[in-house]
Write a protein that binds this ligand. Structure first.
Ligand code: BG6
Length: 484
């Protein structure tokens, strides 16, 4: 398969927080890959902006170091690295003061796309936005990119939205949720809305339930201070899992364009019922052997923050009435494995008799690792011995089906940054979506905080607390296996 790379327009991209972890780990390597693929024009400029005193050459060296650290050797040919570094510049900037702003302004070119990546603490968003305007850095072709966390509750999200909208139009604000940039997540839309096969079955009449699992093997290592104030609900469910749920449950938009898609996602969030506390299981990992349990990795030894959560949700509308959506996510689990599984109902009548057991069609959409899809179909087990049924997957592992190039898909960040340059907001969250997600999340968090509910312990390397399994067992269902 030959992939088509369409170059984006020439741009200036300023990364506030240009020496930070996200810039080094994701933004700069992602930009290099797009450069190497021929998508980023060689005339484009990437300007790192941070508090440290350094000149252009020193920053270029830092960027080279980050590429070396976060890209495999064969993905960074020297001539390409050198050409990419030519695009890199640096300004020392004072986000709260006036230092560096006129220098930044003088480096920006007119007539090209201007993007400002706010890879800094949310408390700096306001001061940065003000100064961008005050120093004539913002213009009509300008956009800002904002990282999560986008608030920690409805009130703070509203305040953030207001700060940004005081300075920029909604059409200029790109709120990143990197899950939306994942290849398979977009494929979910292609599968649902590009085929005639699934959509007629995609409703309460044929779907028994949906499972969304984002299981991580890493713990909170090094991020304890941030994570302990967030927990799995704020860190993963309010944003990433919510987006997966929206794309699974939304009505077909009339067009694949930003507002049409985001209008439909918003309707899903607004249709979510409050969740009964009995349908929520929160957990915290332990690691007695190595002494690296959650409580050993955060400051508060009595913390009641969850590193795992499983819950049963219902979407109150005609399409989904009565269909449970089970969500679970956790750290230090058995494996890094994420999938959406749409489990269809049993055939209304089995002509093969009771002893053939229960067979169900399941469509699984694997986000990571090994991106792809499986559609489990019931067939006859080959060989003599009568009609024995077995469920087999129609396997659509992208790398197998589309060739090795398909395995080399752009990372979520690089795809999303290119969308920013193209001015396409489809895969970014709109302000009202974020607020609706917090409006649903807040009462749940308030509930368990007021009740001082302790999370249940689960062992590192497990699938979470036993009680999470009970959430499904009570209705005769079970979680799908988390496969390493
Ligand atoms: C981030 C969370 O947004 O997503 C992290 O803050 C989490 O806690 C990460 O580990 C997971 O992203 P991915 O792409 O590795 O699944």
């Amino acid at each position: 398969m030959v992939s088509r790379v369409i170059p984006v327009d020439d741009f200036d991209l300023v990364i506030f927080g240009g020496t930070g972890d996200l810039a080094r780990r994701k933004i700069l390597p992602g930009l290099f890959r797009r450069f190497h693929a021929g998508q980023m024009p060689s005339t484009s400029r990437i300007i790192g902006a941070a508090r440290s005193e350094m000149d252009q050459a020193t920053y270029q060296k830092e960027v080279a170091g980050a590429l070396e650290e976060f890209l495999p050797k064969d993905a960074r040919p020297k001539d390409q690295i050198d050409a990419f570094l030519d695009c890199i510049d640096y300004v020392k900037i004072d986000a709260m003061g006036e230092g560096g702003w006129s220098e930044l302004s003088s480096k920006l070119r007119s007539g090209v796309v201007r993007a400002f990546y706010f890879s800094v603490a949310p408390s700096l968003f306001g001061p940065l936005a003000e100064r961008l305007h005050g120093h004539s850095c913002a213009g009509p072709k300008c956009r800002i990119v904002v990282e999560k966390p986008f608030g920690r509750d409805l009130e703070s999200a509203k305040a953030l939205n207001k700060t940004l909208r005081d300075h920029f139009d909604e059409g200029q604000i790109y709120r990143i949720d990197h899950y939306l940039g994942k290849e398979t997540v977009q494929n979910l839309m292609a599968v649902r809305f590009g085929n005639v096969l699934f959509e007629p079955l995609w409703n309460a009449q044929y779907v028994d339930h949906v499972q969304i699992t984002v299981s991580e093997s890493v713990g909170v290592e090094g991020r304890g201070a941030y994570y302990d104030k967030s927990g799995a609900m704020r860190d993963m469910v309010q944003n990433h899992l919510m987006q997966l749920l929206c794309l699974t449950a939304m009505e077909p938009p009339s067009r694949f364009d930003p507002d049409a898609v985001r209008d439909e996602k918003l309707k899903v969030i607004r249709a979510l019922d409050p969740v009964d506390p009995a349908d929520i299981v929160r957990g915290q990992y332990t690691d007695p052997k190595k002494g690296r349990g959650y409580l050993e990795q955060v400051e508060d030894p009595d913390s009641i923050t969850e590193s795992f959560i499983a819950m049963k949700l219902s979407v109150s509308n005609w399409r989904w009435a009565g269909v449970p959506f089970y969500l679970r996510t956790g750290k230090r689990m058995k494996a890094r494995y994420s999938e959406i599984a749409v489990v269809f109902k049993d055939a209304p009548h089995s002509i093969f008799g009771q002893d053939q057991g229960r067979h169900r069609n399941v469509l699984t959409i694997r986000l990571q690792p090994n991106e792809g899809m499986d559609l489990f179909v019931t067939i006859k087990e080959p060989g003599p011995g009568g009609m024995r049924l077995v469920d087999l997957p129609l396997d659509m592992t992208f790398a197998d089906a589309l060739g090795p190039e398909a395995a080399d898909v752009p990372d979520a960040y690089e795809r999303l940054i290119m969308d920013v340059i193209r001015g396409n907001q489809t895969l970014f969250m709109r302000g009202d979506e974020v607020e609706a997600a917090w409006a649903w999340t807040d009462p749940l968090i308030e509930g368990w905080t007021e009740r001082r509910e302790k999370p249940l312990p689960y062992e590192t390397g497990s699938t979470g607390p036993e009680e999470a399994a009970m959430l499904l067992h009570r209705t005769g269902r079970r979680w799908r296996e988390i496969r390493p």
